[in-house]
Structures are given as C-alpha cells and as structure tokens.
Design a protein around this ligand. Structure first.
Ligand SMILES: [Zn+2]
Length: 252
C-alpha cells in the first residue's frame, strides 16, 4: 500500500500572514477542519466507501485524521484546538438556551463530537498531544485509548488516501463561482488554501468548492451537483466563538 501522504506534512493552513490576527487564524483553522469534514462526505460518495455507523461521525474522524496527517504537529495542534473550541461553543450555546440535545439529529451531541475529534487527533502522537486533551479536561482513561482510536482511523481512511494518491492528475479541488466574495474571510481562506490542497489530492473528477452566502453558518457537500459549499456566514460564527472561548483551553 502507498503511504506517501502519511509521511508528508505540508503547511496547508499555515497560510495566515503575519498581519493576520489570532482571531482570523482561529476562523481559518475552523474552515480547514470543516472543509476536511465535507471532503469526507465527497469521498464517501465518490469512492462508494461503506460506512459502519453514522456518516457524520466518520466525517469527523476523517477531519481529525487529516489535521494530523497534512499539517506539521504545532500547526495541527492549533487547528485541532480551534475545532474543539467550536464544538464546545456549540454545546455551550445549547446549554445557555436550556435546550435539550436534538437526539434525532444526524450529528452527535456537540460535546461528544469535541471529545471524539480530540481523541483521534491526540492519538496521532499521544505523547506530544496529550496536554491538549488535558486542557479540555478529558477523562484520562479515554486519553489512554486515543492511540488505538487513531490506529483505527488510519486503518479506515489510510487506504482512501492511497486511492487519492493514485488519482493525482485526474481530478482535484477547484474554487468555483465566488469571485464576488473573494474579499470575504471565507473567500480569502479558499483562495489561499485550495491551491495548496490541489497538488496533494487526486479525485475521480474535479470537485468544485463554492464560497457563497447561505443565510446560515454552514458548509455541505452536494452529491447532486458534486460541489462543496462553504458558506460565508461561517466567519461571523467562528468570530463569535473565538471572542467567547478563544482564550480558554490553553495548552500548558
Ligand atoms: Zn457532515
């Protein structure tokens, strides 16, 4: 099996310039995590990957796995922390409103998604990343198991990365139809990030990525149109999350 990508670290999301603020970095890091999640949906569809469990959980695992695989450890930990804070913020918002978890939803409860995400990521290098789990007060018993969880993720998604490697030059991610929104934070992120991802992945066909308004903070893969849509409203949502929780869960 090919494992070329496994050994490759790239600065896919380190694309923030010195002028950019910590807040903007937080937004970009969350966009990167969300994009990997949506890419998982696209791969499940295009490669007809069987899913044993909930597809949303599988997509979360893929996102954490890709953060560990495609980014240098320090950058990867920064991204993983930002994504975890976004999950925590979602949990907190429900708590504040006194709302019950939407148990019939396809996504798991936000706090559980946060811990699952952290565990897969931490498992990529348990010695190095365990302090991240401790910063989020993760159960030590669960932390002990994160290496095994990453191993499972690698067994599931590693062969998919191999397939992507073999399809290099056939199809890849392409920015589409967002020239109007190029000045938007999400537009800037896409403009900078997609060309960096382009040479790293192969797909059966080009996968357009649209950056457009959706009237809600969201992102999705549309199997009918074969596109990933990144809504511009995400930037405001992540900005709020950063202002509320960006200073919490610091890794010592
Ligand atoms: Zn999803």
């Amino acid at each position: 099996m090919l494992r070329i990508l496994s050994a490759l670290f790239v600065s896919v999301a380190s694309a923030v310039t010195a002028q950019q603020t910590e807040e903007e970095q937080f937004i970009w890091d969350n966009l990167t995590g969300t994009f990997y999640h949506e890419l998982a949906h696209a791969l499940v569809d295009q490669f007809e990957i069987p899913i044993y469990g909930q597809e949303e959980d599988a997509a979360d695992v893929f996102a954490a796995f890709m953060i560990a695989k495609w980014h240098k450890p320090t950058e990867a930990r920064r991204i993983a922390r930002a994504v975890a804070i976004a999950f925590y913020s979602d949990y907190h918002r429900f708590e504040d409103r006194g709302e019950d978890v939407y148990w019939a939803g396809v996504h798991g409860p936000a706090l559980q998604r946060m811990y699952n995400h952290l565990c897969v990521f931490i498992g990529s290098n348990p010695t190095l990343h365990r302090p991240l789990g401790e910063a989020f007060e993760m159960d030590p018993d669960r932390l002990d198991y994160c290496g095994a969880e990453f191993h499972q993720a690698n067994a599931a998604w590693g062969p998919v990365l191999d397939r992507m490697e073999r399809l290099k030059g056939v199809g890849t991610v392409k920015i589409e139809g967002f020239s109007v929104f190029r000045a938007d934070v999400v537009g800037k992120w896409a403009t900078r990030t997609m060309p960096r991802l382009d040479p790293l992945m192969g797909l059966p066909a080009d996968l357009p990525v649209r950056v457009e308004p959706c009237r809600q903070s969201n992102a999705f893969y549309d199997s009918g149109w074969n596109i990933i849509q990144m809504c511009i409203e995400q930037s405001d949502a992540h900005r709020e999350q950063f202002r509320e929780f960006g200073g919490v869960f610091q890794v010592q």
